[in-house]
Structures are given as structure tokens and as C-alpha cells.
Design a protein around this ligand. Structure first.
Ligand code: HEM
Length: 393
């Protein structure tokens, strides 16, 4: 009984921000140009390639345990508040970001970004997920200021946590075209934010309106990027990291749903497969048949494996159903279902129709894209090349 009332409470909390965001935007709806994406995205999905998909019948071992038998009721009385203000609120950045920011100075900005993302993703579909991740790594350090794009010795880009990031060439290509159309006008941070939205749409995910006006930061420090979670952290560390960026528990669980697409290198999870935490066994929070599949797949740390074993090519809520079935690929994914602070949110997202996750993803992505840090914005600029500050020219 207690469990159900907690679940219902969380469900309510999940729905509330959606309603509030809808009210703020006047309405939540897919923009007209999203509809034109859908056929193409579906075609791509139909032909989707990628790493071999996990087949539940592939292995004769016992059925996966269902529905979070490791759910623990002992809650943490110090659970963080769900209504943490974003840094955006602190900055009063309504003044900084706006939907019509480039309507006079560069009316073609969005269509250029859209066209180039589509071109690159058509050539290599895996880039769509990579762009989404690149945006997260940008915003998670110093806010969304394109600091991840700076390519110099000791920059964020050179950190261990950044080593498998991809998509830099896409942003450089867009920027080159943008400089021809509207010189020194559109920031790299805005380009990356819109590109990650367009990539999400191409993958069959939701559309959201992006407000613009971010500045490109001039500072990028390798050790700061090391703060970005890499998949081995415990849930408290993840919660605190999100909170330090003005994001809350719901954002943590919802944004982790980006792992409904894309892939990880085996090096990010092999530690779960053998002698986990010195136990001599594999991680017990991993379904044993799935673990066997991963052992076969991950002979080398550099091999790729799908983050969503069940529907890797589809942007949907099956990621959360996988967690219920102990099939989260990363330790950090699975830990969302092992901890009572986040497991009710996982259940709510898994059990509701996929559209609910999609809508909520759009809301949390907007919040991610709105993380701004005053130092980066005040001292910022509009770079002419995304990989270098202007003073180098
Ligand atoms: C809880 C925090 C997070 C952790 C610990 C985490 C960790 C990881 C790791 C370890 C990988 C695989 C890297 C590799 O082995 O190459 C990965 C991939 C990915 N992550 Fe996350 N991530 C987190 C949050 C996010 C967020 C917020 C987003 C986007 C909104 C995101 C989007 C992605 C995508 C799309 C991929 C696949 C990239 C590709 O296929 O190139 N992640 N993440």
C-alpha cells in the first residue's frame, strides 16, 4: 500500500513539470517540420544497422527476473528536493535566451543546422546519438558554452571522460556554413544545442523549441570534464552531480533515457562482468542471461554494445523496461532501479505509454540546454571556429 502511494505521488510529480512546461510554452506540440522528418527517420530505422541485438532466447539459462525484485523500501529521509531551481532561474536568463534571438540577425540559422545534421546522419546514423551525448557533456561542465568543443592541450576534450565523444566534425561543418551566411552571429553552443534536438528528432524522438542566445566560453579545463559521470558512479554521486547543475531527480532519470539509443564501448561495463567489486562473481544486479550475452560480445574493451539491448534503433521507453528486467547496460543505468529515490520514477516511465517519456524527455532536454554559468556567459564570445577561441586568430 505504501509502495503504491509513493508511486502515485511520484507519477504526479512527473506529470506536473510537463503541465507547467506546456503552460509556459503556451502549448507543447511537434513543430510542423518535425512531421517531415518522421518518414525518413522511420525508413532509417527500418534499415537500421548496428551492433548485434541481444536476443532473449539466445541463451538457455533462467528467465530474467522481472519488475525490480531488488526494490528496497528503505528510503533516504534526506532525499533531495524535486523542485531544485535551475541555474537558469538564478541568472534570470529569460533575458539571455529567447526563441526569436536570431530571427533578424540570422533567420536561416535553424534551417542550416537542420540541413547539415540530416546530411551527416544520413551518411552515418550513429552520429545522431553521439551529438546528443556531446551536448550533455558540454552542458554538464560550465553550462552550455561549447567548452567541450575547444581543442587544445589540457581542454575538456582531452579528458578520459571525453575520449569516446564524437560528432565534432558535424558542428565544425555547420559552423563553416553559418559563418558564410551570418558571420560572427550564431554561437557554437547554440549550434550544438539545436543539433542535438535535430538529431533526437531524426532518431524518432520528440521535438522541442530551443531558445537561443548562449555565448561560447573561453575556458575549457581537462580536469573539469573528469567530473562528468562515466558509468561507475553510485547513485548519490549522480544525484549530486545533477543538482550541482541545477537539475533534479526527474531530470536524472528522464535524461538517462537518452540511453534508449546509441552504444557504449565494452570498457565501460566489463568491470560488471567479472569479479565485480572483488566478489569473484558478476554484478548481481545484472540479469544472468544478459550478462552471458555481454561476455560473448565484449571480448575487447574497444568493442561496441547497444545501450538498449531490446530496441536499440528506436527512441522509446523500453530502456526503462530493461532496467526493470535487470538489463541496464551501465552500472549507473541499473542503479536508477536499485535505489528507492529513483526506482518509482523508472516504474512510472516504464509503465506509461512511450509518448509520456518522449514528452518528458523534451522538457528535461530544455532544462539541460538552459544550464548557463554566469562566468562563461559574461566573458563569452561568438567563436568563428568552434574548436578554438577567437583570440587565436
Ligand atoms: C547519469 C549520467 C550519465 C552517465 C553515467 C552516462 C554514461 C555514458 C557512458 C559510459 C556511455 C558510453 C561511453 C562509451 O563507452 O563510449 C554513454 C553513452 C551515451 N550517452 Fe550517456 N551518460 C549519462 C547521461 C547521459 C545524458 C544526460 C545523455 C543525453 C541527454 C546521454 C546520452 C548518451 C548517448 C546518446 C550515448 C551513446 C553515444 C554514442 O552512441 O555515440 N547520457 N553514456
Amino acid at each position: 500500500m505504501k509502495y503504491y502511494s509513493i508511486s502515485f505521488g511520484f507519477l504526479l510529480i512527473l506529470v506536473l513539470p510537463l503541465i507547467l512546461a506546456s503552460a509556459q510554452n503556451g502549448k507543447y506540440e511537434r513543430a510542423a517540420y518535425h512531421d517531415s522528418y518522421e518518414g525518413a527517420a522511420q525508413d532509417d530505422q527500418d534499415q537500421g544497422q548496428g551492433p548485434a541485438t541481444y536476443d532473449k532466447n539466445d541463451d538457455k539459462e533462467s528467465e530474467p527476473e522481472q519488475n525490480g525484485q531488488n526494490y528496497e523500501q528503505d528510503g533516504d529521509d534526506n532525499a533531495p528536493s524535486l523542485d531544485t531551481p535551475t541555474l537558469l532561474d538564478n541568472l534570470a536568463s529569460d533575458d539571455l535566451l529567447s526563441f526569436g534571438y536570431y530571427s533578424k540577425s540570422c533567420p536561416k540559422a535553424e534551417s542550416i543546422i537542420n540541413k547539415y545534421v540530416a546530411k551527416w546522419v544520413e551518411e552515418d546514423r550513429t552520429l545522431a546519438a553521439s551529438l546528443l551525448r556531446l551536448h550533455f557533456h558540454d552542458c554538464a561542465v560550465h553550462g552550455c558554452d561549447a567548452s567541450i568543443l575547444l581543442n587544445h592541450e589540457g581542454s575538456e576534450r582531452t579528458a578520459e571522460a571525453s575520449k569516446s565523444l564524437r560528432g565534432f566534425e558535424v558542428i565544425d561543418d555547420i559552423k563553416a556554413e553559418m559563418e558564410k551566411e551570418c558571420p560572427r552571429t550564431v554561437s557554437c553552443a547554440d549550434i550544438l544545442t539545436a543539433a542535438s534536438r535535430d538529431a533526437t528528432v531524426l532518431l524518432g524522438g520528440p521535438y522541442w523549441d530551443v531558445p537561443y542566445g548562449r555565448k561560447d566560453g573561453k575556458v575549457s579545463v581537462e580536469k573539469d570534464a573528469a567530473l562528468v559521470p562515466m558509468g561507475r558512479e553510485n547513485i548519490t554521486t549522480l544525484i549530486e552531480f545533477y543538482q550541482s547543475n541545477g537539475l533534479n531527480l526527474i531530470d536524472l532519470v528522464v535524461l538517462s533515457g537518452a540511453h534508449t539509443i546509441g552504444r557504449a564501448t565494452c570498457g565501460s561495463l566489463q568491470f560488471r562482468l567479472y569479479n565485480y567489486a572483488g566478489t569473484g562473481r558478476q554484478d548481481e544486479s545484472l540479469d544472468s542471461r544478459y550478462a552471458n550475452f555481454l561476455k560473448r560480445k565484449c571480448r575487447w574493451a574497444s568493442e561496441y554494445v547497444d545501450l538498449d539491448a531490446t530496441t536499440p534503433q528506436t527512441f522509446d521507453n523500453v530502456y526503462y523496461k530493461n532496467l526493470q528486467a535487470k538489463m541496464g547496460l551501465l552500472l549507473t543505468d541499473q542503479s536508477l532501479y536499485s535505489d528507492p529515490r529513483t526506482s518509482p520514477i523508472v516504474d512510472a516511465l516504464a509503465d506509461a505509454p512511450s509518448e509520456f517519456f518522449n514528452h518528458q524527455f523534451a522538457v528535461s532536454m530544455t532544462r539541460l540546454g538552459n544550464i548557463l554559468v554566469p562566468a562563461a556567459q559574461d566573458g563569452g564570445e561568438i567563436r568563428t571556429k568552434c574548436y578554438s577561441v577567437n583570440s587565436n586568430y
